[in-house]
Design a protein around this ligand. Structure first.
Ligand code: FEO
Length: 398
C-alpha cells in the first residue's frame, strides 16, 4: 500500500481484515475490521501498538520500508489485547533491543501472553518521552478496554493515539481519514464497536473522556477504523452520549418464539406503541438477529420489552443468551416490560422476572403470560403493557 502520513515523520501502519467472521470469536463483522499501528521516525524511533498476528510479515516489511536499517527504539503498548499485541513477539525478535513502553499492568500481560519482557520503560500519568522533535505523553484509561489500557498523546502535532477508544468495526476501504470517507457507513459500525466491546465500561469511558478533555487534541488515531482529524466532534459527541446512557425515545422488543404465539404477542405490543406515536420501534426475533445488533439498539432506546416462550422449563435459549449479555454489560436508565408463553410447564416469564430483579430497570407493567394461543383477556393485558411503556416514554420531551 502507498505510504500514509498523519504528519511529518508519523506514519500509518494499518491492515484490513476481510476474512474474520467473528471479532473476538463472538461479534459478527460482515464489513470486516481494520487494525492500526503507528510509526514515529525521529532521533529515536517509536511504534505505537502492533497489529493482529496474521499480518506480521507485511507489517514488519512496511516498517523496514520506511526506516531501512535503523532500529526501532520504543514499542509503546497502549493495549495488550491480541488484536493489537499479536505481532509483539515477532517484533521483538526483529528488534531485540527495543524498549517496551507500558504501565504497571502492561508487563504482566506481556509475560502471561508472550515472554518475560527484558527492556522496559514503566510510565504513568503525565509521563513524557522525548523522541527528538516529538514528545509523547501518556495517560492511563483503565478498562477502555482492559485494565492496562492507556493512551499516548503526541504533543507536537497534538495527535491522540487512543487504542480501542473511538475505534470502529468496518475496514478502511481506501479512505483512512474521516474527511476521505462518507461517515454514514460508519454510523452503525462505530456504535456497534463501542457497545459490543467497550459498552460494559461506560463509567470508565466517561472518566477517560473527562481526563483527556484538557488535552488540545487535533487528531485521534485509534487502533480500529478511521483516523479523526476533521470531524472530531462527530466521534466525541457520540462516545459521550453512549457512555452516559443518554437514551432516545424508542423501544426494542425482542422475542423468542417456536411456533409464532409469542411473536404475535410482540406484534400486538409493537403496533399499539406505534399507535401512541412512538416512531423508534425495533422488533427482533432473538433466533434470527445476533445479540451484537440487538444490544446496539438497547444502547440507543430507553424502552426494552422482552418476551420468551418457555423452553424445557426455562427461557428460550437465544433470549437467555441476550439477557446474559445485557446483565454483563448492565446498561442503565431503561424501562422494562415482560411477556411470554407458559407452554406446558412455564419457565419463560418466571425467568424473565429473575432477570428483571437483577437488572433493576423500572418495570412499566405486570408481566403478561399466555398459555399457547393468545386469548382476548391477555390481548387486553398486552395493550395495557404497551400503553404503560408509551406513557412513560412520552412523559419527557424528546
Ligand atoms: Fe481492539 Fe481491546 O482490542
Amino acid at each position: 500500500m502507498q505510504q500514509v502520513n498523519l504528519a511529518d515523520d508519523i506514519y500509518y501502519l494499518g491492515f484490513n481484515d476481510r476474512r474474520t467472521n467473528l471479532f473476538e470469536n463472538i461479534w459478527p463483522i460482515p464489513h470486516g475490521i481494520s487494525y492500526s499501528s503507528y510509526l514515529i521516525v525521529d532521533e529515536k524511533i517509536a511504534v505505537i501498538d502492533t497489529v493482529e498476528r496474521s499480518f506480521i510479515d507485511d507489517y514488519l516489511d512496511r516498517i523496514e520500508d520506511i526506516i531501512g536499517d535503523r532500529k526501532v527504539d520504543y514499542l509503546i503498548i497502549n493495549h495488550m489485547e491480541p488484536d493489537h499485541s499479536g505481532a509483539l513477539k515477532a517484533f521483538i525478535q526483529k528488534y531485540p533491543d527495543v524498549i517496551l513502553v507500558g504501565n504497571k499492568k502492561t508487563f504482566g500481560f506481556v509475560e502471561a501472553y508472550y515472554m518475560t519482557p527484558k527492556n522496559v520503560l514503566l510510565v504513568h500519568d503525565d509521563h513524557k518521552l522525548e523522541l527528538g522533535k516529538h514528545t509523547l505523553q501518556f495517560q492511563m484509561i483503565p478498562m477502555v478496554h482492559w485494565p492496562e489500557t492507556m493512551v499516548t498523546f503526541e504533543e507536537t502535532n497534538k495527535i491522540l493515539f487512543s487504542g480501542d477508544a473511538f475505534g470502529s468495526y468496518g475496514t478502511l476501504d481506501g479512505g483512512i481519514f474521516d474527511d476521505e470517507i462518507n461517515l454514514d457507513f460508519y454510523e452503525v459500525e462505530v456504535m456497534r464497536y463501542f457497545t459490543n466491546i467497550v459498552g460494559k465500561y461506560c463509567p470508565h469511558t466517561q472518566r477517560a473522556i473527562k481526563k483527556l478533555a484538557p488535552l488540545d487534541i487535533k487528531m485521534i488515531a485509534a487502533t480500529h477504523g478511521p483516523i479523526w482529524r476533521s470531524n472530531l466532534d462527530w466521534i466525541l459527541t457520540r462516545y459521550n452520549k453512549w457512555s452516559s446512557y443518554d437514551l432516545d425515545r424508542g423501544v426494542v422488543i425482542v422475542y423468542g418464539s417456536m411456533y409464532g404465539n409469542t411473536q404475535k404477542m410482540a406484534e400486538i405490543i409493537a403496533r399499539r406503541i406505534a399507535e401512541r406515536g412512538i416512531k423508534n420501534i425495533r422488533v427482533y426475533d432473538a433466533s434470527k438477529t445476533h445479540t451484537s445488533y440487538i444490544i446496539n439498539d438497547i444502547f440507543k432506546y430507553k424502552g426494552f420489552i422482552v418476551g420468551s416462550a418457555a423452553y424445557n422449563n426455562s427461557l428460550f435459549p437465544n433470549v437467555e443468551i441476550l439477557l446474559s449479555t445485557i446483565e454483563h454489560m448492565a446498561p442503565k436508565n431503561h424501562l422494562l416490560g415482560i411477556f411470554g408463553n407458559y407452554s406446558w410447564n412455564g419457565g419463560g416469564v418466571k425467568n424473565l422476572k429473575t432477570f428483571a430483579e437483577k437488572i433493576k430497570w423500572e418495570i412499566v407493567h405486570e408481566p403478561v403470560e399466555e398459555k399457547d394461543a393468545l386469548k382476548p383477556n391477555n390481548k387486553e393485558e398486552l395493550l395495557k403493557l404497551a400503553d404503560a411503556m408509551a406513557d412513560k416514554l412520552l412523559e419527557k420531551p424528546e
